[in-house]
Write a protein that binds this ligand. Structure first.
Ligand SMILES: Cc1cc2nc3c(=O)[nH]c(=O)nc-3n(C[C@H](O)[C@H](O)[C@H](O)COP(=O)(O)OP(=O)(O)OC[C@H]3O[C@@H](n4cnc5c(N)ncnc54)[C@H](O)[C@@H]3O)c2cc1C
Length: 413
């Protein structure tokens, strides 16, 4: 018996982003008959693309299904700062889960960015990829004392980074803030071309891309069934849900909620207007802003997040939010020209502990899912592809529980 796939059919993004489609544009087929495969992945954004490439490389027969153009969901809206630092600082995660577990999670996030870097370089994926330092700036409620404490915890966890006081920060990077942590190990990329390069690689390894909408499924028997809107049925050994913020009801977790986020890209800047090393910059605040550069010297700035899930409301706020971001840019980087080349917005998922939801779907032994991404969603997409690859291969590690879909909410007694 197939259960209906109840989804929030919200528009995932609006506006125009600066990212480029890959040279090899993925083209989907429509199915002329039902089919059987080892693994069916629903969703061909950056998460589905990483899963497809990885599972195919591990020798699995994979079919990838997307109802729209691959990569044109949240992936296209991403500012693609590839950070190992998690939305929740280590000191907050340690408060919820204890130091050892929180440190383990941070180290796994660090390794995920390393793994992603090695994958992109190893496969020579064309996606404007650059390794960068990250700069975590004091802001609002997080001042030098809090950053000092965070630095000490990171050091204890074996993570890289240095504490910069106001004068050294101003001298080295030109940011007039009370303090910052500067760390190695981050990177940036063009998210759309990364997604398309992974899909091209997956296609070379035999992955089939189907253009259709999954409307119902059943993962409770010996094999899983996916009902497509076009009428065909896919029978698979495992189904992996990678539908981004369009999260089916059966995965829903009280840890997760959908917000909206806004971003802009300036026109190309004079090189002197950009900060040394073009580190990824983000603020240590609940209402943080973040910025990076592009390979052609534009500044991308995002933030202004609000607890709005309705796409019309989000789109209606675009002009106001773009202006607010322009003002933030002028305050952060007075030498930059705040002429806007692109402005956009997107749905943005968050969890109460800042960690993704990766693993088995409760009550559906043949279904796995990869959801719950925040500001370092792409890092977690990589992590999800490796966790799910292991689970499908029959290997379960104790640390997978850190990201389990049914883990308890740490804010509930
Ligand atoms: C403004 C903004 C800035 C961001 N900045 C960063 C950042 O700097 N760094 C970072 O790491 N992350 C960032 N993120 C988060 C990151 O973009 C997401 O975590 C990531 O794009 C999610 O990718 P995905 O493949 O899971 O989802 P998507 O890219 O949304 O892909 C899901 C796909 O599933 C398909 N789909 C959905 N339902 C069905 C169905 N029933 N049947 C078939 N297909 C279906 C959709 O068509 C879509 O193509 C940002 C997000 C936003 C909005």
């Amino acid at each position: 018996m197939l259960d209906a796939l109840e989804t929030e059919q919200a528009d995932l993004r609006s506006g125009v982003t600066p990212w480029k489609a890959g040279l090899a544009r993925p083209s989907g087929e429509s199915l002329g008959a039902d089919l059987r495969c080892e693994v069916a992945i629903i969703g061909a954004g950056i998460t589905g693309a990483m899963l497809a490439e990885h599972l195919a490389a591990r020798g699995h027969g994979v079919v990838l299904v997307d109802r729209e153009r691959p990569g044109f969901g949240s992936t296209l809206a991403s500012t693609a700062m590839l950070l190992w630092e998690i939305d929740k600082p280590l000191r907050e995660l340690a408060f919820h889960y204890g130091f050892e577990r929180a440190a383990d999670i941070y180290r796994r996030s660090f390794k995920a960015v390393e793994g992603l870097r090695d994958l992109i370089i190893g496969l020579a994926l064309p996606c404007a990829f650059y390794t960068r330092d990250s700069l975590y700036l004091a802001a609002a409620e997080v001042g030098p004392a809090e950053l000092g404490e965070e630095h000490e915890l990171r050091r204890r966890a074996g993570l890289p980074g240095a504490y910069l006081g106001h004068d050294l920060l101003l001298k080295t990077f030109g940011f007039d803030r009370a303090a910052a942590l500067v760390s190695t190990g981050a990177a940036e990329a063009d998210p759309l071309s990364l997604c398309h390069a992974l899909l091209a690689r997956a296609a070379q390894q035999g992955v089939r891309l189907v253009r259709d909408e999954a409307v119902a499924f059943d993962g409770t028997s010996n094999s899983a069934m996916v009902q497509l809107a076009g009428g065909r049925v896919i029978e698979a050994g495992h189904v992996v849900l990678a539908t981004g913020y369009v999260m089916p009801d059966l995965v829903k977790s009280d840890l997760h909620s959908v917000f909206s986020s806004w971003a802009l890209a300036t026109l190309p800047q004079r090189p002197q207007a950009l900060w040394p090393g073009r580190a990824l910059v983000w603020e240590a605040s609940e209402t943080y802003a973040y910025c990076r550069t592009t390979s052609d010297g534009c500044i991308v700035l995002g933030g202004e997040d609000e607890a709005i899930a309705d796409p019309d409301q989000r789109e209606g706020l675009e002009a106001q939010k773009t202006e607010a971001l322009r003002r933030k840019l002028a305050a952060l980087l007075p030498a930059a020209v705040a002429d806007v080349g692109h402005a956009w917005s997107g749905a943005f998922g968050q969890t109460v502990d800042g960690l993704p939801l990766i693993g088995r779907v409760p009550g559906q032994p043949r279904m796995l899912a990869a959801y719950g991404y925040g500001g370092n969603g792409i890092t977690f997409s990589y992590l999800a592809s490796r966790v799910i690859g292991s689970l499908i291969g029959g290997q379960e590690m104790p640390w997978f529980a850190h990201f389990a879909i049914d883990r308890p909410n740490p804010q509930r007694p």
